[in-house]
Design a binder for this molecule. Structure first.
Ligand SMILES: Nc1nc2c(c(=O)[nH]1)N[C@H]1C(S)=C(S)[C@@H](COP(=O)(O)OP(=O)(O)OC[C@H]3O[C@@H](n4cnc5c(=O)[nH]c(N)nc54)[C@H](O)[C@@H]3O)O[C@H]1N2
Ligand SMILES: Nc1nc2c(c(=O)[nH]1)N[C@H]1C(S)=C(S)[C@@H](COP(=O)(O)OP(=O)(O)OC[C@H]3O[C@@H](n4cnc5c(=O)[nH]c(N)nc54)[C@H](O)[C@@H]3O)O[C@H]1N2
Ligand code: SF4
Ligand SMILES: [Mo]
Length: 750
């Protein structure tokens, strides 16, 4: 669209967080002039946050790499694409030939789910490589939820979300959507949705060791001891059984394991668990009663409930509560989205399936079980550093920054220097990619097309939205799916100059043979008009639950239609999907999976554990995104600073001053941060944002380096995980804290 000032208006879904807001981007003279929320977007209705505006800064960031880099004699030099792939071909295949495929590890980072090309093709790279050493941000984030949902519903990606627009009671644990804008729950403009909930007489209750921005807009905030959620949730489940408040409603005939669950929770009465979670027994009982009595209600737990040693139990119990109170798969409760394209639980036989398996392999050093085809990210350093058969010798990172995002980054950084070869697909020379031998920079989001394959599976409403590229790519620049195909060609032994279109065809045909059987050839031919991501997306839409079935249902969806719909296509409110959504072998919701029931023993044994005096939790900040947006000026001049929040009683006990600096230590490792004293923190808990620590040599992040902050993950233990999911423990870790004398500070070069 062009207006009278010869400005063009473009619509682009924001790729920065899970809210997936539709943006309106005004371009003049080849530059972004303005970014606003797209008012006519059917899903986000004009909402945006400060990060959305920063797309301009990202696009223009001089530190964002445009050309591949090859490290020669310890220094990065710009190279052509052909040179970069030739270097990879020279160095990677010999390592595979000598040490086997498992000697090459792959790390997959968070931006992959926000970029169509990476989302659809990084798994292809993983399959082509065939290494068991695959690690991703999922084990720093949401693996517990994948596992609990996989066990209960039969598919790792069958994750229910709150139907916020129709609920009367939302109980939220370990999430702060006022800042994060939601996670495993695509819900742009949480603020107005929460406001509307309260305006219609509903209640929002937030359980968090910090009185968060979300707690500030809630009816009630309840402090909880970090890591204590499993006990609170068990106390609630116990109350439901003890007070005969269980009513499964419509789902009664679709649920297995109620009795097993009832006896397994018998020892977790509210009075028993109260001390361990720091929530009064009466509050626990009242929460259970309110949940049961509400007409439409939903419990939701996120990062704070996953990044702890009982992450899988917490994730499970959240859904157990929804199910036991009749709020599961019901309007206003926890519901399953039905995405238009590529959602695994819309494939196969509705209502039954193979379920999930985990532990098909164990990691070499710690013996951690594989979950969803991965090992815990926190095992990567030991896999590199421990000699022996199967040792990791080479690493490919795709949009991941584990040097900052995963526990004990210092050890991992040392380990990365010990590799024989490392490739980073990344847009910056940062804390991780500085260790690489070759960096392949991805395109700016404004140069790609986009469709949220992952987040439409987690959305508060069903929808289909596609964005065209805002700017053309430079002629010599491959798209990210093309880079991944080049890597695949190298790994397959076809070489760096192999015909990637042919590889793409072969991979698609392999997929179709697996998923479409006798229709494979027909579908392949039907896709022949398009290539790459658009081809996969078009086929996904056409064969999906709203699809045109290649003309058999002509009024339904294909990519042409979604592309043409400015602002997207609304596919309606969430609808009940049980039993159709289930893929468990029993065809039922498994309320009491054996693995989880067995794990309750661990939490029972832990009820009397003495509580440390001081523990640390993380937080997110509106003006940043994990580790990688601190280089964008518009965000850097905002409020994001790496400050430790401390309760006044702790500050007094430790001699800390507001605005002063403190050293925070754990297990011999320490960092330094500014202190803010605030009663928003629970006594005994401090909060520090993650993703900081941009003072590492060799990174090229000029803006971020000016205000580097400290890396809280330097304190975390790489050996502490939820044993079921492999998720790292990033919350509730014991720390010591002491003031840093001003005099010392003055003489200190940081
Ligand atoms: N202590 C603590 N640690 C945490 C968390 C916490 O709450 N507390 N949260 C965890 C969570 S939830 C997550 S998801 C992880 C994230 O862990 P990671 O995914 O490892 O970390 P990010 O900071 O998101 O880094 C993303 C990387 O992708 C690169 N990148 C950005 N855009 C693109 C692109 O378009 N193409 C390519 N090729 N690369 C790109 C960035 O430069 C950066 O290197 O961190 C986890 N770490
Ligand atoms: N602006 C911004 N938005 C983001 C991101 C970002 O970095 N910045 N990151 C994105 C990513 S990758 C993700 S995964 C999502 C995450 O989105 P959310 O899940 O909403 O994550 P947080 O905002 O970190 O909120 C986690 C909350 O858990 C609390 N908490 C810590 N430990 C415990 C505990 O043991 N129990 C309980 N009940 N609470 C606890 C913390 O105090 C914090 O308030 O956000 C995404 N959106
Ligand atoms: S809320 Fe998330 S998706 Fe929306 S503009 Fe902000 S960063 Fe982008
Ligand atoms: Mo995340």
């Amino acid at each position: 669209m062009t207006n009278e000032n010869s400005e063009t208006i473009h619509h682009r879904i924001c790729p920065f967080c899970e809210a997936c807001c539709g943006l309106e981007i005004t371009v003049a003279q080849g530059c972004v002039k303005r970014i606003r929320g797209h008012a006519a977007d059917v899903f986000s209705h004009g909402f945006l946050c400060p990060k959305g505006v920063a797309l301009k800064d990202l696009h223009e960031d001089p530190d964002r790499l445009r050309k591949p880099l090859i490290k020669r004699n310890g220094r990065f030099e710009e190279a052509t694409w052909d040179e970069a792939f030739a270097e990879i071909e020279r160095r990677l295949p010999p390592i595979i030939a000598k040490h086997g495929v498992d000697s090459v590890a792959l790390t997959l980072g968070n931006p992959i789910v926000h970029k169509l090309a990476l989302l659809l093709y990084a798994p292809r790279l993983g399959r082509a490589l065939g290494s068991k050493n695959v690690f991703s941000a999922s084990t720093l984030d949401q693996m517990p939820k994948h596992l609990s949902c996989g066990l209960m519903f039969g598919d790792f990606l069958s994750i229910p979300v709150p139907d916020i627009e129709r609920t009367d009671f939302l109980l939220m644990l370990g999430a702060n959507p006022m800042v994060s804008n939601g996670s495993l729950w695509t819900v742009p403009n949480f603020r107005d949705k929460a406001k509307a909930l309260r305006a219609r007489g509903g209640r929002l209750v937030v359980v968090d060791p910090r009185r968060t921005e979300t707690a500030d807009v809630a009816d009630e905030h309840i402090f909880i001891r970090p890591g204590g959620d499993v006990f609170l949730l068990l106390g609630m489940v116990h109350t439901l059984f003890a007070e005969k408040l269980v009513h499964l409603g419509r789902l009664a005939k679709h649920v297995a394991g109620v009795e097993v669950l009832e006896s397994a929770v018998a020892c977790f009465a509210a009075e028993k668990v109260s001390g361990r979670c720091g929530v009064p027994a009466e509050t626990i009982r009242t929460l259970a009663r309110t949940l049961s009595a509400a007409k439409h209600a939903v419990v939701y737990g996120r990062v704070g409930t996953c990044t702890q040693e009982y992450g899988t139990l917490c994730s499970w119990l959240v859904d157990v509560l929804n199910i036991l109170t009749g709020h599961f798969d019901e309007p206003g409760g926890a519901m399953f989205p039905k995405a238009a394209a590529l959602q695994s639980n819309t494939l196969g036989n509705p209502g039954t399936g193979k379920g999930i398996v985990t532990g098909r392999r164990k990691s070499r050093v710690s013996g951690a079980p594989e979950v969803l085809g991965e090992f815990p990210m926190s095992c990567l350093a030991e896999e590199i550093q421990t000699p022996g058969e199967g040792q990791v010798k080479a690493l490919i990172t795709v949009a991941s920054n584990p040097a900052l995002s995963s526990p004990n980054g210092e050890r991992l950084s040392t380990a990365m220097d010990q590799l024989e070869f490392m490739v980073s697909m990344d847009i910056y020379v940062n804390e991780t990619s500085r260790h690489a031998d070759v960096i392949l920079p991805g395109t700016s989001p404004l140069e790609d097309s986009h469709y949220d394959v992952a987040f439409s599976q987690l959305s508060y409403r069903n929808h289909a939205r596609y964005s065209h590229p805002v700017f053309p790519r430079a002629a010599d620049r491959p798209e990210e799916w093309q880079m991944l195909l080049r890597l695949i060609g190298i790994i397959q032994g076809k070489g760096a100059t192999a015909d990637i279109n042919q590889i793409d065809d072969e991979l698609l045909m392999d997929d179709l043979r697996r998923t479409a059987g006798p229709f494979a050839d027909m579908i392949f031919k039907a896709g022949s008009q398009r290539r790459g991501v658009e081809r996969l997306l078009d086929l996904g839409l056409r064969t999906g639950p709203y699809g045109d079935q290649f003309g058999m249902k002509p009024d339904r969806l294909n990519l042409d239609k979604v592309e043409a719909a400015e602002g997207g296509i609304d596919l309606g409110a969430l609808e009940p999907r049980v039993p159709e959504v289930l893929r468990t072998p029993s065809g039922k919701i498994e309320l009491a999976p054996a693995m989880l029931i067995a794990d309750l023993k661990r939490s029972a044994a832990d009820l009397g554990r003495p509580m440390p005096e001081l523990v640390i939790v993380g937080r997110r900040q509106l003006h940043g995104n994990n580790s990688w947006m601190h280089n964008l000026p518009v965000l850097a001049k905002g409020a994001a600073r790496c400050i430790a929040l401390v309760n006044p009683t702790d500050a007094a006990r430790l001699g800390l001053e507001d605005g002063g600096r403190a050293r925070i230590a754990h297990d011999g490792r320490s960092i330094e941060a500014e202190v803010e004293i605030t009663d928003e923190m629970m006594p005994g808990v401090i909060s520090l944002p993650h993703g900081w620590g941009h003072d590492q040599s060799g990174a090229q992040l000029e803006v971020a380096a000016a205000n580097p902050g400290a890396n809280m993950n330097a304190l975390m233990d790489e050996n502490r995980r939820d044993p079921l999911s492999g998720n790292a423990v990033l919350s509730g870790v014991e720390v010591e804290m002491r003031p840093v004398a001003a005099r010392v500070l003055a003489g200190q070069a940081r």
